[in-house]
Design a binder for this molecule. Structure first.
Ligand SMILES: O=C(O)CCC(=O)CC(=O)O
Length: 256
Protein backbone atom coordinates (compact mmCIF):
# COMPACT_ATOMS: atom_id res chain seq x y z
CA UNK A 1 0.00 0.00 0.00
CA UNK A 2 1.46 3.38 -1.03
CA UNK A 3 0.89 5.60 1.98
CA UNK A 4 0.47 9.34 1.49
CA UNK A 5 2.84 11.12 3.86
CA UNK A 6 4.65 14.36 4.62
CA UNK A 7 8.14 14.61 6.15
CA UNK A 8 9.22 17.81 7.91
CA UNK A 9 12.02 18.87 10.23
CA UNK A 10 15.78 18.52 10.42
CA UNK A 11 17.18 15.57 8.41
CA UNK A 12 19.43 14.62 11.32
CA UNK A 13 16.59 14.65 13.87
CA UNK A 14 15.17 11.49 15.44
CA UNK A 15 12.03 10.50 13.56
CA UNK A 16 8.57 10.82 15.10
CA UNK A 17 5.68 9.18 13.25
CA UNK A 18 2.24 10.72 13.84
CA UNK A 19 -0.67 8.31 13.28
CA UNK A 20 -4.25 9.59 13.16
CA UNK A 21 -7.79 8.68 14.12
CA UNK A 22 -10.53 7.21 11.98
CA UNK A 23 -12.21 9.91 9.89
CA UNK A 24 -9.16 12.20 9.90
CA UNK A 25 -6.25 12.98 7.63
CA UNK A 26 -2.66 13.92 8.37
CA UNK A 27 -3.55 17.58 8.91
CA UNK A 28 -5.11 16.64 12.28
CA UNK A 29 -1.51 16.84 13.56
CA UNK A 30 -0.93 20.44 12.42
CA UNK A 31 -0.75 21.72 16.02
CA UNK A 32 2.08 19.33 16.97
CA UNK A 33 4.39 19.72 13.96
CA UNK A 34 5.95 23.08 14.93
CA UNK A 35 6.65 22.13 18.57
CA UNK A 36 8.18 18.77 17.55
CA UNK A 37 10.42 20.39 14.95
CA UNK A 38 11.45 23.08 17.47
CA UNK A 39 12.44 20.23 19.81
CA UNK A 40 14.72 18.86 17.06
CA UNK A 41 12.60 15.99 15.77
CA UNK A 42 11.99 14.96 12.14
CA UNK A 43 8.24 14.56 11.78
CA UNK A 44 6.60 11.97 9.53
CA UNK A 45 2.81 12.09 9.31
CA UNK A 46 0.66 10.04 7.03
CA UNK A 47 -2.91 9.21 6.03
CA UNK A 48 -4.30 5.90 7.27
CA UNK A 49 -5.39 3.59 4.44
CA UNK A 50 -8.68 4.74 2.92
CA UNK A 51 -8.24 8.20 4.45
CA UNK A 52 -6.95 11.50 3.04
CA UNK A 53 -4.84 10.72 -0.03
CA UNK A 54 -4.01 7.10 0.81
CA UNK A 55 -5.91 4.70 -1.43
CA UNK A 56 -9.03 2.88 -0.28
CA UNK A 57 -8.24 -0.83 0.17
CA UNK A 58 -10.33 -3.41 -1.65
CA UNK A 59 -10.98 -5.37 1.55
CA UNK A 60 -11.70 -4.64 5.23
CA UNK A 61 -8.52 -3.56 7.03
CA UNK A 62 -6.87 -5.20 10.01
CA UNK A 63 -4.71 -3.56 12.63
CA UNK A 64 -1.80 -5.68 11.41
CA UNK A 65 -2.19 -4.11 7.96
CA UNK A 66 -2.32 -0.60 9.42
CA UNK A 67 0.83 -1.34 11.42
CA UNK A 68 2.39 -2.89 8.32
CA UNK A 69 1.71 0.34 6.41
CA UNK A 70 3.87 2.21 8.93
CA UNK A 71 6.68 -0.35 8.68
CA UNK A 72 6.58 -0.12 4.89
CA UNK A 73 6.67 3.68 5.11
CA UNK A 74 9.68 3.56 7.44
CA UNK A 75 11.41 1.16 5.01
CA UNK A 76 10.67 3.51 2.10
CA UNK A 77 12.13 6.43 4.05
CA UNK A 78 15.17 4.40 5.16
CA UNK A 79 14.28 4.86 8.83
CA UNK A 80 15.38 2.04 11.13
CA UNK A 81 13.67 3.20 14.32
CA UNK A 82 11.09 5.88 15.13
CA UNK A 83 9.07 7.23 18.01
CA UNK A 84 5.37 6.70 17.38
CA UNK A 85 2.62 9.06 18.52
CA UNK A 86 -0.91 7.92 17.76
CA UNK A 87 -4.40 9.15 18.57
CA UNK A 88 -7.33 6.75 18.80
CA UNK A 89 -6.98 4.46 15.75
CA UNK A 90 -3.46 5.88 15.46
CA UNK A 91 -2.80 4.89 19.08
CA UNK A 92 -4.04 1.37 18.34
CA UNK A 93 -1.66 1.26 15.37
CA UNK A 94 1.14 2.47 17.66
CA UNK A 95 0.41 -0.26 20.24
CA UNK A 96 0.43 -2.89 17.50
CA UNK A 97 3.86 -1.64 16.42
CA UNK A 98 5.12 -1.62 20.01
CA UNK A 99 4.07 -5.25 20.38
CA UNK A 100 4.97 -6.66 16.97
CA UNK A 101 7.92 -4.55 15.84
CA UNK A 102 9.64 -3.42 19.07
CA UNK A 103 13.00 -3.08 17.32
CA UNK A 104 11.50 -0.34 15.06
CA UNK A 105 9.95 1.69 17.92
CA UNK A 106 11.65 4.20 20.22
CA UNK A 107 9.16 5.91 22.54
CA UNK A 108 5.37 5.63 22.35
CA UNK A 109 2.74 8.26 23.05
CA UNK A 110 -0.79 6.87 23.11
CA UNK A 111 -3.40 9.63 22.94
CA UNK A 112 -7.15 9.24 23.52
CA UNK A 113 -7.08 5.58 22.65
CA UNK A 114 -7.97 2.12 23.83
CA UNK A 115 -6.88 -1.50 23.67
CA UNK A 116 -10.46 -2.70 23.08
CA UNK A 117 -13.23 -0.42 21.84
CA UNK A 118 -16.88 -1.23 21.31
CA UNK A 119 -17.91 -4.55 19.81
CA UNK A 120 -17.42 -6.06 16.36
CA UNK A 121 -21.19 -5.57 15.86
CA UNK A 122 -21.09 -1.86 16.82
CA UNK A 123 -18.27 -1.23 14.32
CA UNK A 124 -20.09 -3.24 11.64
CA UNK A 125 -23.07 -0.97 12.27
CA UNK A 126 -20.85 2.16 11.99
CA UNK A 127 -19.44 0.88 8.69
CA UNK A 128 -22.97 0.17 7.39
CA UNK A 129 -24.04 3.70 8.45
CA UNK A 130 -21.10 5.23 6.60
CA UNK A 131 -22.15 3.45 3.41
CA UNK A 132 -25.91 3.95 3.79
CA UNK A 133 -26.20 7.42 5.33
CA UNK A 134 -23.00 8.95 3.97
CA UNK A 135 -19.96 10.50 5.60
CA UNK A 136 -21.60 13.88 6.32
CA UNK A 137 -23.97 12.05 8.70
CA UNK A 138 -21.01 10.27 10.32
CA UNK A 139 -19.27 13.65 10.72
CA UNK A 140 -22.41 15.18 12.30
CA UNK A 141 -22.15 12.59 15.08
CA UNK A 142 -18.41 12.26 15.48
CA UNK A 143 -17.77 16.01 15.75
CA UNK A 144 -19.66 15.96 19.07
CA UNK A 145 -17.30 13.26 20.36
CA UNK A 146 -14.17 14.89 18.96
CA UNK A 147 -14.69 18.27 20.67
CA UNK A 148 -16.45 19.64 23.72
CA UNK A 149 -19.57 21.76 23.09
CA UNK A 150 -17.84 24.85 24.56
CA UNK A 151 -14.85 24.48 22.22
CA UNK A 152 -17.11 24.12 19.18
CA UNK A 153 -18.95 27.33 20.11
CA UNK A 154 -15.63 29.17 20.57
CA UNK A 155 -14.03 27.74 17.37
CA UNK A 156 -16.78 27.50 14.72
CA UNK A 157 -14.37 27.68 11.75
CA UNK A 158 -12.14 24.90 13.07
CA UNK A 159 -15.24 22.86 13.93
CA UNK A 160 -16.39 23.16 10.29
CA UNK A 161 -12.89 22.24 9.07
CA UNK A 162 -12.83 19.03 11.11
CA UNK A 163 -16.42 18.20 10.13
CA UNK A 164 -15.35 18.54 6.50
CA UNK A 165 -12.30 16.32 7.14
CA UNK A 166 -14.55 13.42 8.15
CA UNK A 167 -17.25 14.21 5.57
CA UNK A 168 -14.58 14.09 2.82
CA UNK A 169 -13.28 10.67 3.93
CA UNK A 170 -14.35 7.92 1.48
CA UNK A 171 -17.10 5.81 3.06
CA UNK A 172 -15.34 2.60 2.02
CA UNK A 173 -12.05 3.80 3.54
CA UNK A 174 -13.82 4.64 6.79
CA UNK A 175 -15.65 1.29 6.75
CA UNK A 176 -12.37 -0.57 6.17
CA UNK A 177 -10.89 1.01 9.30
CA UNK A 178 -14.10 0.35 11.31
CA UNK A 179 -13.34 -3.32 10.63
CA UNK A 180 -9.80 -2.90 12.01
CA UNK A 181 -11.13 -1.43 15.27
CA UNK A 182 -13.97 -3.95 15.58
CA UNK A 183 -11.57 -6.86 15.16
CA UNK A 184 -9.02 -5.54 17.63
CA UNK A 185 -8.18 -6.85 21.07
CA UNK A 186 -4.85 -5.48 22.23
CA UNK A 187 -5.43 -6.18 25.94
CA UNK A 188 -3.28 -9.37 26.03
CA UNK A 189 -0.51 -7.50 24.15
CA UNK A 190 -0.15 -4.61 26.59
CA UNK A 191 2.19 -6.33 29.13
CA UNK A 192 4.48 -7.27 26.21
CA UNK A 193 5.09 -3.66 25.13
CA UNK A 194 8.61 -2.61 26.12
CA UNK A 195 8.82 0.92 24.66
CA UNK A 196 8.80 3.79 27.16
CA UNK A 197 5.17 4.85 26.98
CA UNK A 198 3.18 7.94 27.84
CA UNK A 199 -0.61 7.64 27.79
CA UNK A 200 -2.61 10.85 27.38
CA UNK A 201 -6.38 10.89 27.92
CA UNK A 202 -8.90 13.70 27.55
CA UNK A 203 -10.93 14.23 30.74
CA UNK A 204 -14.04 14.93 28.61
CA UNK A 205 -13.50 12.28 25.94
CA UNK A 206 -16.77 10.38 25.42
CA UNK A 207 -15.22 7.94 22.90
CA UNK A 208 -12.21 6.70 24.90
CA UNK A 209 -12.63 8.14 28.41
CA UNK A 210 -9.72 7.85 30.86
CA UNK A 211 -11.66 5.34 32.96
CA UNK A 212 -11.64 1.93 31.31
CA UNK A 213 -9.41 3.00 28.43
CA UNK A 214 -6.36 5.23 29.12
CA UNK A 215 -6.09 3.90 32.67
CA UNK A 216 -6.06 0.30 31.41
CA UNK A 217 -3.18 1.09 29.06
CA UNK A 218 -1.18 2.85 31.77
CA UNK A 219 -1.72 0.00 34.27
CA UNK A 220 -0.93 -2.78 31.80
CA UNK A 221 2.04 -1.44 29.81
CA UNK A 222 5.15 -1.84 31.98
CA UNK A 223 6.41 1.54 33.21
CA UNK A 224 3.72 3.56 31.39
CA UNK A 225 2.42 6.82 32.82
CA UNK A 226 -1.04 8.37 32.41
CA UNK A 227 -1.69 12.10 32.00
CA UNK A 228 -5.30 13.26 31.98
CA UNK A 229 -5.81 16.59 30.21
CA UNK A 230 -8.75 18.72 31.36
CA UNK A 231 -11.14 20.35 28.86
CA UNK A 232 -10.26 17.90 26.14
CA UNK A 233 -12.61 15.55 24.28
CA UNK A 234 -11.50 12.92 21.75
CA UNK A 235 -9.30 15.07 19.50
CA UNK A 236 -7.51 16.46 22.53
CA UNK A 237 -4.41 17.32 20.52
CA UNK A 238 -6.52 19.90 18.62
CA UNK A 239 -8.63 21.12 21.53
CA UNK A 240 -5.67 21.49 23.95
CA UNK A 241 -2.77 21.79 21.47
CA UNK A 242 -0.20 23.42 23.76
CA UNK A 243 -0.70 20.90 26.58
CA UNK A 244 -0.61 17.88 24.25
CA UNK A 245 2.47 19.19 22.43
CA UNK A 246 4.24 19.87 25.71
CA UNK A 247 3.49 16.38 27.06
CA UNK A 248 4.51 14.69 23.80
CA UNK A 249 7.78 16.60 23.31
CA UNK A 250 8.77 16.29 26.99
CA UNK A 251 8.26 12.51 26.92
CA UNK A 252 10.09 12.00 23.62
CA UNK A 253 13.01 14.23 24.66
CA UNK A 254 13.34 12.18 27.85
CA UNK A 255 13.51 8.85 26.01
CA UNK A 256 15.75 9.80 23.08
O1 LIG B 1 -11.30 8.00 16.53
C1 LIG B 1 -11.07 6.78 16.42
O2 LIG B 1 -10.09 6.38 15.76
C2 LIG B 1 -11.99 5.78 17.09
C3 LIG B 1 -12.95 6.38 18.06
C4 LIG B 1 -14.07 7.05 17.39
O3 LIG B 1 -14.72 6.46 16.56
C5 LIG B 1 -14.36 8.44 17.69
C6 LIG B 1 -15.28 9.08 16.68
O4 LIG B 1 -14.86 9.38 15.57
O5 LIG B 1 -16.41 9.29 17.02
Amino acid sequence: MKVNHVVEGPPEGEVVVLSGSIGSNLSMWDPQVGPLISAGFRVVRYDQRGHGRTAVPDHPATLAELGGDVLELLDTLGVERAHVVGLSLGGMTAMWLGRHAPERVGGLVLCCTSARLGTPESWRQRADDARARGMAAIADTSIGRWFTADWLVAHPDLGREYHHMTAATPAEGYAACCHAIGGMDLVPDLPEITAPTLVIAGADDPATPPEGHGDVLAKSIPGARLEIVEQAAHLGNVERPERFSELITTHLKAVR
